[in-house]
Design a protein around this ligand. Structure first.
Ligand code: PHE
Length: 345
């Protein structure tokens, strides 16, 4: 009877009270367990009655526990800090939106997939050989300074074994060609390779130490410069508008010969001149060229039989032109006010 009273009168206003109550009446180490154990010492004729009484007590304790814990939940006292004010308006559900770089990467992939390119991938931490050596950058050659490099580990004997953060996605070209060259019969390569790249540059509105590229590679018999041109013309018109102008400007890369940079008419000022195109009306979007035969040889491909073209472009730059993003740093700050503007694209 005392216990009945105790169960009824226990004050349960906090989580701690509730726990104490549980320990005393409900847990296996509580008073009731002990009483149930003592049941065997009760005279046989009384056992039924006593047992029933104990069961009632137990149910009462369970009911009180249940009620109290529900009451606690509802009042919010079970949480840390102040009780929840149920009169406050609901916080609207915040769902994420796709990052502009993801939107553009997916669009690039879609455009190229429709003309028969697949997607390949490769490591971001790479050896000097795949990032430079195989691509015709001679050891200690100043051409390497075109891309300021973050080194991860320097090798004492052999520069090719240095480990670095890849400065471009061209490492995937080499890995893909090497892989294909080991197959019994050569299958033509038509692939794009999106990925993150790193350069040791001072961060500003126009440069960052990390950014994204998409590399493209096409290797088969009789691949010519006009295939490169056709492919990139098609891409630019799909990505931007049908009347976007394109020009190829002679350039130099150690791994392509001939090489060209690709400019398009400025998408922001439409040719009338702005600070993005530096009032020239043109913006560079990609490097490209015919794969240097030595690079094919370095990757195990028969350079007498096969030719190829390659190109590489920056996803940030394309996104900037497409959506008029004027500062590269915005891409990595994850400010929701920026990201929200791309909702639903
Ligand atoms: N890898 C070059 C760069 O990052 C771009 C490029 C790729 C040029 C393929 C030609 C062919 O600057």
């Amino acid at each position: 009877r005392e216990l009945v009273q105790e169960i009824d009168q226990a004050t349960i206003t906090t989580k701690e009270d509730l726990e104490l109550f549980r320990m005393r009446f409900i847990s296996r180490k509580g008073v009731l367990t002990e009483l149930f154990d003592n049941l065997k010492t009760v005279a046989a004729e009384d056992r039924r009655a006593v047992g029933k009484e104990l069961n009632d007590l137990k149910n009462k304790a369970l009911a009180r526990f249940q009620d109290s814990s529900e009451a606690l939940e509802a009042s919010g006292a079970g949480h840390q800090g102040p009780a929840v004010d149920l009169t406050l308006p609901n916080v609207p559900g915040l769902t994420g939106t796709q990052h502009p770089l993801s939107i553009v990467r997916q669009r690039i992939i879609q455009i190229f997939e429709r003309i028969g390119f697949n997607v390949s991938d490769g490591p971001e931490i790479e050896s000097d050989w795949y990032n430079f050596g195989a691509l015709n950058f001679p050891d200690n050659h100043p051409a390497r300074d075109m891309q300021d490099t973050f080194f991860v580990q320097k090798s004492a004997e052999n520069q090719s074994a240095d480990m670095l953060l890849r400065t471009h996605t061209s490492n995937v070209q080499i890995r893909l060609m090497e892989h294909r060259s080991k197959e019994e019969t050569f299958r033509p390569i038509r692939s794009i390779m999106p990925g993150r790249v790193y350069r040791n540059e001072t961060i500003s509105a126009r440069a960052h130490c990390q950014f994204h590229q998409v590399e493209g590679l096409y290797v088969d018999r009789n691949v010519g410069f006009r295939d490169l041109k056709d492919t990139l013309y098609h891409f630019v018109k799909e990505m931007f508008t049908k009347d976007t102008k394109i020009r190829f400007r002679p350039s130099y890369f150690p791994f392509t010969e001939p090489s060209a940079e690709i400019d398009i008419s400025c998408q922001i000022c439409h040719g009338s001149g702005c600070n993005i195109c530096k009032h020239s009306g043109w913006v560079e979007i990609a490097g490209s060229g015919m794969v240097d035969p030595q690079v094919l040889i370095n990757s195990g491909i028969d350079a007498e039989e096969y030719t190829g073209f390659a190109f590489g472009m920056g996803i940030e730059r394309i996104t900037m032109l497409k959506y008029e993003v004027r500062d590269l740093r915005l891409y990595f700050e994850n400010d929701v006010r920026f990201l929200k503007q791309f909702e639903g694209l």
